[in-house]
Design a binder for this molecule. Structure first.
Ligand code: BGC
Length: 243
């Protein structure tokens, strides 16, 4: 089945048509920068001109969102306009574009893609997905089953939340070298391991395309593997969850 996968992020909004059976993009990936303010109105307008009209889309949509999403409704918005809180994304897609949509948390979406498609992910035990971008997205799968809306990017570290210490945005803002950033991320991993003891950690998000640059500097007792689809996992998983 072909579904339009959308990944709303703190710095960019990305989409592509996904073959959900093969778990592959079957169109080019289109991106527009997250507007400022990143209100629902502005983002929906960007989605309309850049994706719906561009792809002449009339089929199903799967949408990943950077906050807690329950039954398609947004409950938190850390790196995006607070106006999203309370918005039912499914209803908005129907009202605005007459399209059927399923919305999920962005890290849950990335995890869904990896669990279904990545042969290196064990089917049993606890698997954790961490997406590193503007924020830190986390998802947990136990024996292949998702525990939705895990928000471990907001664990407290040094008086603020972890994503203010070890995200890709922080790396860029502070101009940290890979070594410096890896040291921070390793501290975060230690914290995660203490709380969750995952067997495997899948590393995704915008920074995952550089995984080879820093993989040897990440110290962990668990196996860390890069997301097979790198940053496209969010788009692919959003589409899969809308099947
Ligand atoms: C949000 C999460 C999201 C992550 C990555 C965090 O700030 O609270 O829900 O998964 O950013 O976008």
């Amino acid at each position: 089945m072909e579904i339009l996968g959308i990944d709303i992020g703190g710095s960019g909004v990305k989409a592509a048509v996904v073959d959900t059976k093969k778990g592959k993009l079957v169109s080019q990936k289109v991106r527009f920068p997250t507007p400022d303010p990143s209100s629902p109105k502005k983002i929906f307008s960007g989605i309309q001109s850049n994706f719906i009209e561009e792809f002449k889309w009339s089929g199903k949509v799967g949408c990943g969102f950077p906050g807690v999403v329950k039954k398609n409704k947004v409950f938190s918005a850390a790196n995006i306009s607070k106006k999203w809180v309370g918005v039912n994304i499914k209803k908005k897609f129907f009202q605005n574009f007459n399209l059927e949509c399923k919305a999920v948390n962005d890290a849950d979406a990335a995890g869904i893609a990896e669990i279904y498609l990545n042969k290196n992910v064990p089917k049993k035990g606890t698997v954790m997905v961490i997406t590193v971008g503007t924020g830190l997205g986390t998802s947990i799968f136990v024996d292949g089953k998702l525990v939705p809306n895990i928000e471990f990017g907001h664990l407290k570290m040094y008086g603020d939340c972890a994503e203010k210490y070890a995200s890709n945005l922080v790396r860029k803002k502070l101009e940290l070298s890979w070594k410096e950033w890896s040291a921070r991320f390793t501290e975060y991993l230690e914290y995660i391991e203490l709380l969750v003891s995952p067997n495997t950690i899948i590393f995704g998000g915008g920074i995952s395309k550089y995984f080879d640059e820093f993989k040897n500097d990440l110290k962990s007792n668990c196996e860390i593997i890069p997301a097979q689809n790198r940053n496209n996992s969010g788009i692919i998983g959003a589409a899969i969850s809308a099947v």
